[in-house]
Write a protein that binds this ligand. Structure first.
Ligand SMILES: [Fe+2]
Ligand SMILES: [Fe+2]
Length: 182
């Protein structure tokens, strides 16, 4: 599965679930930027941070106790979303911003989608994943297009968007396979 090509972003290796970060990768950002640019960056990072909290919560509550391949894939997806959540939390603080307090509401939405779909079975889990991830990819595209990001942050967003595309492809493939088993 290494180097799997994703729509639009071919240079990101989505087989890397949690890219390595060294101490010099952390930087204080935003110095000398226009207030309007900073305001847009803050809004974008807050949206991404809360979205990723929802995504990681969905996967977390979709995982069952069963010792099988499907759970293994869900755990990898959860870890990937936890990485995205970290990515944007780090960027928020690097710019001197703080995470949103109301993000807990996104935890509740994530729990509802995650636990609700788990109760309905693996096909609903897959369909929920595809639906949520497709929304996320569009949201990512909008934020990439509308905001003047610094290069480092833009690359993180592009890699994470490629990961979301990877999730969509994986769940679509599994859904197709489960159909042929019926
Ligand atoms: Fe994500
Ligand atoms: Fe995702």
């Amino acid at each position: 599965m290494g180097n799997q090509k994703t729509q639009g972003q071919t240079s990101y290796d989505i087989s890397i679930i949690r890219p390595q970060m060294c101490s010099e990768d952390f930087k204080m950002r935003g110095k000398g930027m226009e207030p309007a640019r900073l305001k847009a960056i803050r809004k974008g990072l807050l949206a991404l941070h809360t979205l990723e909290l929802m995504a990681m919560t969905i996967y977390k509550f979709q995982i069952t106790r069963e010792n099988g391949e499907f759970n293994r894939q869900l755990i990898a997806a959860m870890c990937n979303e936890m990485t995205h959540y970290q990515d944007f939390q780090v960027k928020l603080y690097e710019f001197g911003f703080k995470p949103s307090i109301i993000r807990l509401a996104y935890w509740i939405v994530g729990f509802t989608f995650g636990f609700g779909s788990r109760l309905l079975g693996s096909r609903t889990i897959l369909k929920t994943g595809i639906w949520v991830e497709t929304k996320a990819v569009h949201h990512y595209a909008e934020l990439l297009g509308n905001i003047d990001w610094d290069q480092d942050t833009r690359q993180v967003i592009e890699k994470d968007q490629a990961d979301e595309n990877g999730h969509i492809n994986r769940w679509k493939k599994l859904l197709l396979e489960s159909k042929s088993e019926d």
